[in-house]
Design a protein around this ligand. Structure first.
Ligand code: ADP
Ligand code: MG
Length: 570
């Protein structure tokens, strides 16, 4: 590699400024990038039981000379560019000359390195950015960076870190992401001395993608490669049935760099349009290779945002390539789709409405028959049902007002309360499944569910490892049908991975997810008995006014207000 220089003030002013080290995973990202830029084909990462306490990355790249090592930890020092002109066509992952200096300034770090042909290596030790020790190091060619006590001198930033489990997950994510893009590099991760990831070098992207995403994806991935007008596009497209509830499996790379780019994500969604059910995101690994001068990477200090010079060309090519792939459907056999995302009313109860009630008819012929005598006078059941709007909103009236009640949210709340009560009074009623439901997961999904298994069990879902990254569902709460299980488990996992919950410490969130799946949807026609039952159920669980997610169950419109609308009142 070229020698390290200090960038000129003029160049520094052209570089997107800002803090990039937010958490252990950002340290890992920057150090991985350095190792890749150094030409390494073997990168090993180790983290402690709390990742911020200990991170070690070793590579077999080109290493640094002794003077360069001392320079590397200073601000704005880089071997990758010399002047601001080069910012217009960056071909390395790094170029800001800021990563090492940022990392060492908030930690206690030791860097040792050795170049080819040197009789020995060398090391420096730093504390809060100051070099406190230097010396010779015996080691093979390459570089080892050990970061201890990240943020020890910036407690405010340390406070923003999440649990060690979450921070570790983010480290895994970073390594998996780079691993997808660099199949020829051997990657490994150890945490607390245990092997977490071991990725052997592969000849091509598809093999690596299968290794990273897991055996569940083995026959569900298809590689397409198109080249046109200076853009080379390779996409590993998973069949639409592998879609997830979040964007975790949408990976986009431009010129070997992991990016988060609107143009690319919307092109992907456009390509998949019509192939995904609502609120599902595809699994895809997309590589765009384009002349470096066609893309600006100097937009944001983390270098994950970019700007295409000609975004519409890229958009069109990505969207049409995906569309064509989906039209060809190259995947062997369609898997059974995730159980529909529109859960229906119960299996045993009436599934189709026997009568559709018009407003007038309903009003006249609907005697209130209370199933549960005790609750007939409750908030909901004391009101008169006068109709149903668009098979979605139950219209109720009492002396002073009209109420528009959301049937899905109401049912969700009832299920949620019931399950919660059942859980707090011991264990919820479970039904053993005659045939366990098998769910194939990606490795990171598997790790998540493995961790929260005891919690999920408390909610009545009994899981068991089934070899590899497959999980077997043995028992489910009696309120669920086995058709819901697959998508509930995926939803729970995705909420954890998404960071919506730090871990699902919150049994509540699991219960809410289950309740939501088990609930009647908007648009489902309910018959007389079902509506009455719903109102009474609401009262039985304490006449709640909102759904488990906090949305209101109903809107009340006072008669006086209606009279004002119609100018009957001043
Ligand atoms: P940048 O990557 O933007 O140049 P960094 O602060 O990440 O800035 O690194 C500064 C310099 O240190 C790099 O330009 C490179 O010359 C050298 N360097 C850092 N890490 C390594 C490594 N693992 N192997 C060889 N050289 C390295
Ligand atoms: Mg760098």
């Amino acid at each position: 590699m070229a020698r390290i220089r200090i960038l000129s003030r003029e160049t520094i002013e052209h570089i997107a400024a800002g803090e990039v080290i937010e958490r252990p995973a950002s340290v890992v990202k920057e150090l991985l990038e350095n190792a890749i830029d150094a030409g390494a084909d073997e990168i090993s990462v180790e983290i402690g039981s709390t990742p911020e306490a200990y991170i070690r990355i070793s590579d077999n790249g080109c290493g640094m000379e002794e003077d360069d090592l001392r320079l590397s930890v200073l601000s704005h020092t880089t071997s990758k560019i010399q002047s601001s002109n080069e910012l217009a066509s960056i071909s390395t992952l790094g170029f800001r000359g800021e990563a090492l200096s940022s990392i060492v300034s908030v930690s206690r770090t030791r860097i040792s390195t050795r170049i080819d042909g040197a009789s020995a290596g060398c090391f420096i030790r730093t504390e809060a950015g100051d070099i406190v020790e230097t010396g010779a190091a015996a080691q093979p060619r390459g570089t080892i960076v050990e970061v201890n006590d990240l943020f020890f001198n910036t407690p405010a930033r340390k406070k923003f870190l999440k649990t060690p489990a979450t921070e570790q997950r983010k480290v895994i994510e970073v390594i998996s992401t780079y691993a997808l893009c660099y199949p020829g590099i051997r990657f490994s991760l150890k945490a607390k001395g245990r092997d977490i990831l071991k990725l052997l070098p592969e000849k091509e992207h598809l093999a690596r993608a299968t290794a990273v995403l897991g055996s569940a994806f083995r026959k569900r991935l298809h590689l397409v490669h198109v080249k046109r007008a200076g853009i080379s596009l390779r996409a590993i497209v998973a069949s639409p049935d592998m879609a997830r509830a979040t964007r975790v499996y949408m990976y986009t790379f431009v010129n070997g760099r992991h990016v988060k780019d609107r143009v690319l994500t919307s092109a992907i969604m456009e390509g998949f349009r019509g192939h995904l059910v609502k609120k599902r995101y595809p699994c895809i690994v997309l590589f765009v290779d384009i002349d470096p001068s066609e893309v600006d990477v100097n937009v944001h200090p983390t270098k994950t945002q970019i700007r295409f010079r000609n975004p519409s060309a890229v958009f069109g090519m990505v969207a049409s390539t995906i569309k064509k792939t989906l039209a060809d459907y190259p995947w062997d056999r369609p898997r059974e789709l995730n159980p529909q995302d529109e859960p229906t009313y119960s299996a045993t109860e009436v599934s189709e409405p026997m009568v559709t009630y018009g407003m007038g008819k309903l009003h006249k012929t609907w005697p209130r028959q209370s199933r549960l005598t005790g609750v007939a006078g409750g908030f909901y059941s004391s009101k008169k049902v006068i109709g149903v709007l668009h098979s979605t909103y139950i219209l109720l009236q009492d002396r002073d007002a009209l109420y528009i009640l959301d049937q899905h949210a109401s049912h969700e709340r009832v299920n949620y309360e019931r399950l919660k009560t059942a859980i707090s009074s011991g264990s919820p009623e479970s039904q053993l499944l005659i045939e366990p439901v098998l769910i194939e997961l990606g490795p990171d999904e598997y790790r998540v569910i493995e961790k929260i298994m005891p919690l999920v069990l408390r909610a009545g879902i009994e899981l068991e490892p089934f070899g590899g990254t497959t999980i077997a569902v043995r028992a489910i709460p009696s309120m669920l049908s086995s058709a819901d299980v697959n998508s509930i488990i995926l939803d729970i996992i995705n909420k954890v991975m998404d960071g919506t919950h730090d871990t699902v410490d919150h049994l509540d969130d699991i219960i809410a997810t289950i309740a939501c799946h088990r609930s009647i949807t908007a648009g489902k026609k309910l018959d007389e008995t079902q509506i009455i039952a719903l109102l009474e159920d609401l009262d039985e669980v304490g006449s709640p006014r909102s759904c488990p997610h906090g949305r209101p169950l109903y809107k009340k419109i006072g008669i006086e207000e209606i009279e004002r609308w119609l100018a009957r009142r001043p």
